[in-house]
Write a protein that binds this ligand. Structure first.
Ligand SMILES: *Cc1c(COP(=O)(O)O)cnc(C)c1O
Length: 496
């Protein structure tokens, strides 16, 4: 046994001993054996947090999905003057849990369909805890060999799973918004440089860059465009499912002439789940010399399933891609992924160097691929989720989410008075009653009743209740309970 291995086993054995000797748990305030000199202050608050966390997670399937009280009521209870004196960490944990309880939404419930929100795989959540405990600032690579290498490995696995170019740069950002931003910054600087301008001198010196997108472009891309100094995207049209109008795109690019352009395509519309026609749109954009970015916050994962290859045909020919691991992959918040084919372009736009930063020439640091410098090792839970699922498990996850959406749509269509407005091609289902007022009332009824939580929205000039399936636990039973709840609501409101 090498010294390294012995060291490793010692830590491991110690952790196991701790877990066993504390399984019975301690009440807060109870005296405890300090054991190792360094463990006293962490052991009890972490043990308590662990017990509270498990109790929460095990309650998710049965508790009402909605919180008991709203944000204003929570703030009324909590927002008192900071006490002069502090208190013990275990008391803080208990107070925190008691205070938070009435205001927690069961977002990890298999019947939570709001926004586009996944749950958390046990391996990913456990890894996320370790990331906090290890507390490695995974910005620079040299001081964080373990977490940097785990993230780089997770990045390689992602490129492989999603069939994206293996040479791409990968950055673990806070979400798809910051991943979209990272990609747009790389794109902006690259197209400006191609026209002979130096992006370091600022956009004022550069030819104007046009950002183009379909009409169903996500608010996050609009925000990222503004943060990147590109302004709100110029929209070129879309069909009834939200897919970009490729002829409209070609016209807009032609009118724009030879000036630099960035085209944003979408894999997975938040209402319909629709995917743009990547093959056609990328061809048109590249012919015009434009950079093509894909916002695939949840839809990019379709590429990991053999079943959805048609939806993603041509996707890999784009220049950059943004996705979320905290949506489809079911890792805890916050975790988005920015992917840029030309890694050097990513580094040129987002990299930083300083005398005190231990970088090696030519070797990208994690902070070269994201807007942040210091950050947690948020790619490690991605590594853990992928390791626990394997290639087949990721495909099964994606297929299962889509199956649940199909199951919901079929069930909803069987309820008198209700209709599904979108073509259910992936994970999104838009439900409507005969009138907008009835649909709005149904959304409110459902959220108050508590069996499910789905967002109300507007789509194609109609009010809809939108179900986004993004939780690994949304199985046939969850679908059945959801459809039952919707049927009860439709009856209660006189829709059925
Ligand atoms: C969720 C979403 C985003 C934004 O992602 P965040 O993780 O919330 O920043 C962007 N685009 C699409 C299509 C989305 O569904």
């Amino acid at each position: 046994m090498s010294d390294d291995t012995r060291e490793h086993n010692t830590t491991h054995d110690w952790a196991r001993h701790e877990a066993e000797s504390h399984d019975a748990g301690h009440a807060p305030g109870e005296p405890h054996d300090p054991g190792h000199a360094h463990d006293g202050e962490y052991r009890r608050p972490l043990h308590l947090a662990h017990r509270h966390a498990v109790a929460w997670l095990e309650s998710l399937d049965e508790r009402p999905v909605r919180p008991e009280i709203d944000a204003d009521a929570m703030l009324d209870r909590l927002d008192q003057v900071l006490p002069d004196e502090g208190c013990d960490a275990t008391a803080v944990v208990d107070e925190l849990v008691a205070a938070a309880e009435p205001g927690l939404m069961a977002m990890g419930s298999p019947r939570f369909y709001g926004l586009v929100i996944g749950g958390a795989y046990p391996a990913a959540l456990a890894a996320d805890w370790l990331v906090s405990a290890w507390d490695q600032n995974t910005g620079p690579r040299q001081p964080t060999p373990a977490t940097s290498a785990l993230e780089e490995t997770a990045g390689h696995w992602l490129l492989d799973l999603l069939s994206l170019p293996r040479e791409s740069g990968v950055g673990f950002a806070t979400g798809a918004t910051s991943a979209n931003l990272a990609c747009l910054l790389a794109a902006r600087d690259a197209v400006v440089r191609e026209r002979g301008a130096d992006p370091a001198l600022g956009l004022q010196q550069a030819p104007p860059v046009r950002l183009l997108a379909g009409d169903a472009v996500h608010a996050s891309v609009v925000l990222a465009g503004r943060m990147a100094g590109l302004g709100v995207p110029h929209t070129v049209g879309a069909d009834d499912q939200g897919r970009i109008d490729v002829a409209g795109l070609a016209r807009a690019l032609h009118e724009h002439g030879d000036r630099p352009a960035i085209v944003v395509l979408q894999a997975g519309d938040v209402h319909s789940g629709a995917f743009d026609d990547f093959a056609a749109a990328v061809e048109v954009a590249h012919l015009a010399g434009a950079w093509v970015h894909v916002d695939g916050a949840f839809g990019l994962w379709a590429a990991a399933s053999p079943r959805f290859q048609e939806l993603v045909a041509g996707l890999a020919d784009a220049d950059s891609w943004a996705t979320d691991a905290h949506k489809t992959l079911n890792v805890p918040y916050d975790c988005g992924v920015a992917i840029v084919r030309d890694e050097a372009a990513m580094r040129a736009a987002l990299g930083a160097r300083a005398a005190y930063l231990p970088s090696v020439d030519g070797v990208p640091d994690p902070f070269d691929h994201v807007p942040e410098m210091s950050r947690r090792a948020r790619g490690v839970p991605v590594w853990a989720a992928l390791r626990s699922l394997g290639r087949r498990g990721v495909a099964a996850l994606v297929d299962g989410l889509a199956d649940a959406a199909t199951g919901l749509a079929d069930g909803f269509r069987g309820i008198a008075g209700l209709s599904v407005l979108n073509d259910v091609v992936f994970t999104q289902v838009c439900l409507a009653a005969p009138t907008d007022d009835q649909t709005a009332a149904l959304g409110e009824w459902l959220r108050a009743e508590g069996t499910v939580w789905a967002s109300s929205s507007r789509w194609q000039d109609r009010t809809v209740v939108r179900f986004a399936v993004s939780n690994r636990g949304t199985d046939a039973e969850a679908v059945r309970r959801t459809v039952d709840a919707v049927a009860r609501g439709a009856t209660a409101l006189g829709i059925s």
